[in-house]
Ligand binder design. Sequence first.
Ligand SMILES: Cc1ncc(COP(=O)(O)O)c(C=O)c1O
Length: 471
Amino acid sequence: MGLIRPAEDTARPVSRLTWLNWAGLKGGETLFRRCEDNVCSSGAKGMTGAAAAAGGLMTSSPLVAWPRAAAGSRGGRCAARASAFHPDVSRAVESLQEEFREVDRALALNSARVSAAYRAAHVAPHHFGGSTGYGHDDGGGREALDSVFAQIVGAEAAIVRPQFFSGTHAIACALFALLRPGHELLAVAGPPYDTLEEVIGIRGSANVGSLKDFGVAYREVPQMVALIGMLLQMLSDQRLDAPSYNGLVMQNPNCMVMVDNCYGEFVETSEPPMVGADLIAGSLIKNPGGTVAPCGGYVAGKKDLVAAAAARLSAPGLGVEFGSTPGHVMRALFQGLFLAPQMVGEAVKGGMLIAEVMSVKGYRVQPLPRVPRHDIVQAVELGNRERLVAFCEVVQQTCPVGSFIKPTAGETPGYASEVIFADGTFIDGSTSELSCDGPLRDPYAVFCQGGTHWTQWALVLSDNPSNHKDK
Ligand SMILES: Cc1ncc(COP(=O)(O)O)c(C=O)c1O
């Protein structure tokens, strides 16, 4: 779709690349909901006033305090059914059933789109074979995967490769492919993600090859956030036609729109290229890897721009016909992409549950419970270091891998502040699996994401003592 950047305009040598964070663009709500009445309204749950108060106030543990008297005092249906969850969590789950059904509806639409793309590309076992060296012996898997991905996100082309280290790397390849000295990068959806600051050159040393070092200017344009956020919101609902988008967003005819799509894939039923974005980039150990891709990232969008990003990943002249994928990685990339809508659906439900339970306990959450979501990340402001660390400890203890490891805050490349991570995952650092992280700075927000089933977050929120026998 040529919505944003019409044919070359040689009269305007300085072009602008408008860069959006899909998630930040469409989020934006920040409200504070305090617990006013956390006492059980249903007698069947048997929670005492004292226990309710302990759960409702900000106690030292940010998670739900398990009511000691609960088992004995439960009656009726609850007594007959064993539950792994704290009664508060069970209640939140019950209250979210309609929202969960809505997530399943989107999931089915996304799965249908994914299946259609696999059929169209005639994906077959010979695509899964490994390749070595230059990758010339690839059995067609690279091309098929690129084609499947492009069709799924509504792009002209895509490059999906294990050689992208991470989302930051894929985004950097895309930015460097598009921007030239004298160009300007505008962030119109709030500041970029932390790890992009050094890519842009707004943090870190000079002469490391940031965009700034190459003479690319950078500006954040907060006043555009609401306007463009609203426009794209409307576009994603397909209520604004392409010419309106063209006329309103394209103040400068050379403007290109790039979206940092990390964590946004498959949350809604449309992807940014379907509504006019020129280029998107993201990570395969997040949403589109479906929790099984072992590494990699992608860039998708207009054909010429994807080719430029591919040349940045490899080298000018080599393009996309290069790069080996040893072992079973190709199969995992295909399988993960196929599973991704389902995994994302579960992660979205987990986020809704976190928002519901933690807001009832009096914490600020972003996004709010029961509002439509645009990415899988759920933030909870825990207010102090102790609560942040305690929350991460419980997440780590609930993880299948390294549950015995105590997470500690530390310096991480790409981040300005100390960060604590809880990610006992099968794929190192995979945030499509149950995980959370938080910078050690005010307001001590924990960012939760992933999970192959929402019940994993229900267990974390229950802080069920049976999960922590060793404590
Ligand atoms: C919006 C956004 N963009 C980019 C990144 C960076 O991704 P990666 O850690 O894969 O480099 C993140 C990481 O959390 C993110 O949340």
